[in-house]
Design a protein around this ligand. Structure first.
Ligand SMILES: Cc1ncc(COP(=O)(O)O)c(C=O)c1O
Length: 398
């Protein structure tokens, strides 16, 4: 049996795949079938937030699996209540209701529906470069034409603006035909290449939402839960949303999506208007409680900030010596390194050299390592990336 070859017989050709058959993970490391270790800067696209097989998460899952695995939201459950008590200690105070789902895109779907019902307006403003998922609603507010073009028509009434379009924003909102009720933003764009908004942008968006009574949705699916060195990326600019979407690492790798909202928004949804069979699953909730415990008790947000600074400084040093690096950006453990060329060979060379790296588009290295990374592994990762870029430069000069 060879999973790398045999899986291909069964699954659609839907993902950009890498030839590594992963059998084990711990902390920042993954191991393949041959026992080869990799530093995981891909981090399961940000899911391995508190580290692979985090001890607290593993123990919580084991304990819960022996007790109760499934319990529909139509019944009550202690593990769910424990999770609820914990999540509401870390989210902004104004978000005091939650809808449970199982993935990022579902969390965004719910946010769009809740805002539509609350505002009674169908118009949504999203950002150029945004990524919010691939189900129809989330795809409608996702910018990249590559993801959208085969699935038209999408939701009506979505306008995309750029960061420098704030004046156009007033025009769009003032036009009654647009019937704008919602603005959706990733506080830091992930998929598009770790794009940090210009200073003051999110504050202005917040002010506009307050002025025109619009609902502001923050998609913190990639940027939240300590990833950027603060619990929420919005905190870098002191801005809080009316709805916040979470998923990825919230349950230590077990699927969970959350749509957190102000009570007046979520309370306008009536029984039956939205639901999910797996919602509030006890196994995911137990894993989620352990994830929050690990984030708080192990000081992972602070660690993300500290290691992120070391990582970023290291990458900025590489930029001084390697002319093929165009830019280094991001906060905490959400970093991007933009190159002047296609990085495919670097990714594959990384695999050969024991480091898994992520990409954004063709020329941006995206780093979403677990927040548990220590200084040694951070420095080792910088050295490995240095070697990969040196080899790429050599390939390019011969
Ligand atoms: C910001 C953001 N929103 C939404 C999603 C979609 O999440 P999922 O793939 O779990 O549906 C992602 C996934 O990468 C994301 O980064």
């Amino acid at each position: 049996m060879n999973s790398v070859v045999d899986e291909e017989h069964f699954v659609g050709n839907i993902y950009q795949r890498f030839p590594v058959n992963v059998v084990k993970g711990k902390g920042c490391s993954l191991w393949d079938t041959d026992g080869k270790e990799y530093i995981d800067c891909m981090g399961g696209y940000g899911v391995a937030l508190v580290g692979h097989c985090n001890d607290m998460v593993v123990n919580a899952i084991k304990k819960q699996a022996e007790q109760l695995i499934t319990c529909h939201m139509s019944l009550y459950n202690d593990s769910r209540l424990e999770f609820l008590n914990k999540i509401f200690t870390i989210v902004p105070k104004r978000l005091n209701r939650v809808f449970f789902s199982n993935s990022g895109t579902e969390s965004v779907e719910a946010a769009i529906k809740f805002s539509r019902k609350y505002t009674t307006k169908k118009g949504i403003i999203a950002l150029n470069g945004s990524y919010h998922g691939k189900t129809f609603g989330a795809l409608s507010v996702t910018y990249n034409e590559k993801y959208r073009k085969s699935f038209m028509p999408l939701l009506d009434g979505v306008d995309f603006i750029s960061y420098s379009d704030l004046e156009r924003l007033d025009d769009i909102i003032h036009n009654p035909n647009n019937n704008i009720g919602t603005i959706i933003v990733e506080p830091i764009q992930g998929e598009t290449g770790i794009i940090v908004p210009p200073e003051g942008f999110l504050k202005k968006i917040r002010n506009i939402c307050d002025k025109y009574s619009l609902v502001l949705i923050f998609d913190e699916i990639q940027s939240g839960l300590g990833r950027t060195g603060k619990m929420w990326a919005g905190q870098h600019w002191g801005v809080e949303p009316d709805i916040m979407c979470l998923a990825k690492g919230i349950a230590g790798g077990v699927p969970m999506g959350l749509t957190l909202a102000r009570s007046e928004i979520l309370d306008c949804i009536k029984v039956g208007e939205h639901s999910s069979t797996f919602a509030g699953n006890p196994l995911a909730c137990a894993a989620g409680s352990a994830t929050i415990d690990s984030l708080v008790d192990d000081n992972l947000v602070e660690n993300s900030k500290r290691m992120g600074l070391i990582f970023k400084e290291g990458l900025l040093r590489l930029k001084e010596t390697h002319k093929i690096i165009r830019d280094v950006r991001g906060f905490g453990m959400m970093l991007g390194m933009e190159m002047k060329f296609d990085i495919k060979d670097i990714l594959f060379d990384g695999i050969r050299n024991g480091i898994l790296l992520l990409y954004s588009g063709r020329n941006i290295l995206r780093l979403l390592p677990p927040l548990v990374m220590d200084e040694d592994i951070t420095k080792k990762s910088i050295n490995l990336i240095d070697n990969l870029i040196t080899s790429e430069e050599k390939r390019r000069t011969v």
